[in-house]
Design a protein. Structure first.
Length: 110
C-alpha cells in the first residue's frame, strides 16, 4: 500500500511478511523503538519516506516532518510499532534529498 503526501514527498510500504494484517486507523498509536522488542513480533515490511527539494525550500526536510506520514502508513498496514528508523540526507548543487526508512512490526500473541 502506498500513500502520497503534499509536494514532492513520497511514502511507500514494501512488505516483508507474506501474511497481511488488518489495517488500523491511520491515527493509531505507534510505538517507536531503536531495537527489536523483547516479545514475539512479525516484521511486516519497510516504510520509506523520500523527499527532494530545491535547497532554497529545504527547511521542511526533517524527521519531525516525515514521522507522521511514516506512522500513518505503518498503521494502515497493521503495525503496532516501528523500529530501526534510519535517516539519509544528501545535498547536491541546488537540490536536497531526504530519505527515512523504518521497519514496521506487529506484535504476536504469546
Amino acid at each position: 500500500m502506498s500513500c502520497a503526501t503534499g509536494g514532492a514527498a513520497r511514502v511507500s510500504f514494501t512488505p516483508r511478511d507474506p501474511q497481511q494484517y488488518p489495517a488500523k486507523d491511520p491515527a493509531c498509536e505507534i510505538e517507536v523503538m531503536d531495537t527489536a522488542p523483547n516479545r514475539p513480533f512479525a516484521d511486516l515490511g519497510t516504510v520509506n519516506y523520500h523527499d527532494e527539494r530545491h535547497r532554497m525550500s529545504d527547511g521542511e526536510l526533517t524527521l519531525e516532518t516525515a514521522m507522521p506520514e511514516i506512522k500513518k502508513l505503518a498503521c494502515l498496514n497493521g503495525a503496532d510499532a516501528i523500529m530501526n528508523v534510519r535517516v539519509t540526507e544528501e545535498r547536491r548543487l541546488e537540490f536536497a534529498m531526504f530519505h527515512v526508512s523504518a521497519r514496521a512490526i506487529r506484535y504476536l500473541q504469546p
